[in-house]
Design a protein around this ligand. Structure first.
Ligand code: PLP
Length: 390
């Protein structure tokens, strides 16, 4: 049966080169990097080298990288760790409403447990957070602003450089969740005024269960995981050497190809959008049309619901998503799309296509062939009439 994977923002397959880089650390080079014998020293040397290479890719220094167990952990560490470390300055946090749950739930946790006040910024219909709103939201007791680099549901890129500059000017820490941007657009801490930046391996053809947090030099934030002195005393626990090796190799493969993949995927997502628009009436594109990572296209199909659409597409061999994978199973409309001002009908009718390395023009054309009759059928079931051009 045909299987087309268009859910690369949820996760990606491990790149064969990344897998090759991992295998020795699951086999012969299994030593604990903290051990002083040969096995340990071998793992330590490889880890040090990988950290150095990874830091360089981010425009950073090795000592500024904290490898974590996921992008989620990196976000938690940034938000909770920074808020707690600077709580004497104040307990006011600013986040955007389109953040991943890893950030939003961390902020909510601080609100419930530590008495922080969390200000949630507005967002425009195009899915973009306004730097002026950030400026207005900052108060003398604000310690941290967290706004993502690219949104996982719409792909919309945020003005992180402008927001970071405002935070710097006002003496407020700025964290950006770059999980969906890293490997898709140039991401460097050298040319962006950020203090904390999160990334994740499995979105860029690395393994699941490995992430990283970049921490600005000399910035001290609280740790979440306590124990040994791993990761410069920032995150205890024996390092996941294989995961880290896979992550670093995947990043080394993805980053030099960012511009070429951007051009290729932008052409494919445009072909998909134009093709859908030509064939199906009453659809809306969600998020900014151009200010977005190239691989992501979110479309609402009026008169359908995402979950039935997803199931029908699945039966036809097409794997897509309604938005954040973490929200699957809940019938609630996407909070990201609601925050952008979509009504619940359109927010509940969204499909996210996220293309990747393996996606071809033929895949896109298959979607264009498969979708119209499905939409037509679902709309007629739901009594919404015939919207599809025959
Ligand atoms: N942040 C964003 C924007 C994401 O899209 C995701 C994953 O969906 C995460 C954080 C969490 O990363 P991980 O799956 O590595 O925990």
């Amino acid at each position: 049966m045909r299987r087309i994977y268009l859910d690369h923002n949820a996760t990606t397959p491990v790149h064969p080169e990344a897998l090759k880089a991992m295998l020795p650390f699951l086999e012969g080079s299994f030593g604990n990097p903290s051990s002083i014998h040969f096995y340990g020293r071998e793992a330590r040397a490889a880890l040090d080298d990988a950290r150095e290479r990874f830091a360089k890719l981010l425009g950073a220094k090795a000592g500024e990288i904290v490898f974590t167990g996921s992008g989620t952990e990196a976000d938690n560490h940034a938000v909770i760790g920074a808020a707690r470390a600077f709580r004497d300055k104040g307990r006011h946090l600013v986040v955007s409403p389109i953040e991943h749950h890893a950030v939003l739930h961390s902020a909510e946790y601080l609100q419930k447990r530590d008495g922080f006040e969390v200000m949630v910024l507005p967002v425009g219909r195009d899915g973009i957070v306004s730097p002026d709103d950030v400026r207005r939201a900052i108060r003398p007791d604000t310690t941290l602003v967290s706004v993502m680099w690219a949104n996982n549901e719409t792909g919309t890129l945020q003005p992180v450089r402008e927001i970071g500059a405002i935070c710097r000017e006002r003496g407020v820490l700025f964290h950006t969740d770059a999980v969906q941007a890293f490997g898709k657009v140039p991401v460097s801490v050298k040319d962006a005024p950020v203090d904390l930046l999160s990334v994740s391996a499995h979105k860029i053809y690395g393994p699941k269960g490995t992430g990283a947090l970049w921490v600005r030099p000399r910035l001290k934030i609280d740790s979440l995981v306590h124990g040994g002195s791993h990761e410069n005393e920032r995150r205890a626990g024996t390092e996941n050497a294989a995961g880290i090796m896979g992550f670093v190799r995947a990043a080394e493969i993805a980053l030099p190809r960012v511009a070429a993949e951007d051009a290729r995927l932008r052409a494919l997502t445009e072909r998909l959008w134009q093709g859908l628009r030509d064939r199906i009436e009453d659809i809306e594109r969600n998020g900014h049309a151009t200010q977005r990572v190239a691989n992501t296209l979110s479309v609402s199909f009026r008169g359908c619901t995402s979950d039935t659409l997803l199931m029908s597409l699945d039966l036809d061999g097409l794997a897509v998503s309604s938005g954040s994978a973490c929200a699957v199973g809940s019938l609630k409309p996407s909070p990201v799309l609601l925050a952008m001002g979509l009504g619940s009908e359109l927010a509940n009718a969204a499909v996210r296509f996220s293309l990747g390395l393996s996606t071809t023009e033929e895949d896109v054309d298959t979607v264009l062939e498969v979708m119209p009759p499905i939409i037509n059928r679902l709309r007629s079931f739901q009594g919404a009439g015939q919207f599809v051009r025959q």
